[in-house]
Design a protein around this ligand. Structure first.
Ligand code: AMP
Length: 257
């Protein structure tokens, strides 16, 4: 029997019944692993979902070529202490007759650049929260707008899940880790560095958007915007490097939690 003498420890014991969920699309990197570890530290059971969600891809996007390596992912998840890797098929998630969508009103950034994207994200995440009966779900700051959309959904629909947003994990040179970095040639990988550098330049400038735009070094931006993500304002950008679309952001004000 465990003898508990402090209120802090008691809170931890209550926590130990928690189910933590990390929704992902696979091709794991340190960004994913940082979320797995956070879940491991806080939850009794850690579930990682690996589902390349067709509903969040536009018609001309990279659904077909999205990197997939389930065996490697399973190994990495197991090594990070994940209890369950949940890999449903598209047919199970969207069976014939599927007709219910969660449409969170969102403006700017990805909401405009990828119409329907957040509808796909919100719908699949609500399904995953329900399927896993998650108490806590973990997300990365790299997709700050996504986290804000999900927070809005959780509030608006009274979804009984706590959301946590963890810092963006970057390579040593500053490029945010992303499964899509695998598409980049060595030259493109070098060019892509202009994205985090431009955001860093913008962060301390009087006009962050103008400064970041000017520092993109020839990258073709979908947008460079200051976006309100609830508890924080971020300077966010999406840009194309060859045929690869990358997104990134830095916090200007407030804190993402
Ligand atoms: P994805 O598999 O790309 O859909 O990402 C799954 C989760 O990992 C999302 O919550 C992302 O925000 C998060 N994530 C992706 N890249 C990073 C990163 N570099 N650092 C921290 N979290 C990340």
């Amino acid at each position: 029997m465990k003898l508990v003498r402090t209120v802090d420890e008691m809170a931890q014991v209550a926590l130990s019944h928690k189910v933590g969920l990390v929704p992902t699309m696979g091709a794991f990197h340190e960004g994913h692993l940082s979320l797995f570890r956070a879940a491991r530290a806080e939850c009794a059971t850690v579930v990682v979902s690996l589902f390349v969600n067709p509903a969040q891809f536009g018609a001309n996007e990279d659904l077909a070529r999205y990197p997939r390596d389930e065996e490697r992912d399973a190994r990495l998840a197991e090594d990070a202490g994940v209890d369950v890797l949940f890999t449903p098929s598209a047919e199970q998630m969207y069976p014939e007759g599927f007709a219910t969508w969660v449409d969170v009103a969102a403006t700017g950034g990805e909401a405009v650049a990828r119409p329907g994207h957040f509808r796909g994200v919100a719908t699949v995440c609500l399904k995953l929260f329900n399927l896993v009966r998650a108490d806590v779900a973990y997300f990365g700051q790299k997709d700050a707008q996504q986290a804000a959309v999900l927070r809005r959904m959780v509030r608006d629909l009274n979804v009984p899940v706590d959301l946590r947003v963890l810092p963006t994990v970057r390579d040593e040179d500053g490029l945010a880790l992303s499964s899509r970095n695998a598409y980049l040639s060595p030259e493109e990988r070098e060019q892509a560095l202009a994205l985090p550098r431009a955001l860093e330049t913008g962060r301390s400038a009087a006009d962050p958007v103008a400064a970041a735009r000017a520092a993109l070094n020839g990258l073709d931006p979908d947008y460079v915007e200051v976006i309100d993500v609830g508890d924080a304002r971020v300077l966010a950008a999406a840009a194309r490097v060859g045929s690869t679309r990358l997104i990134d952001n830095v916090v200007l004000e407030g804190e993402l939690r």
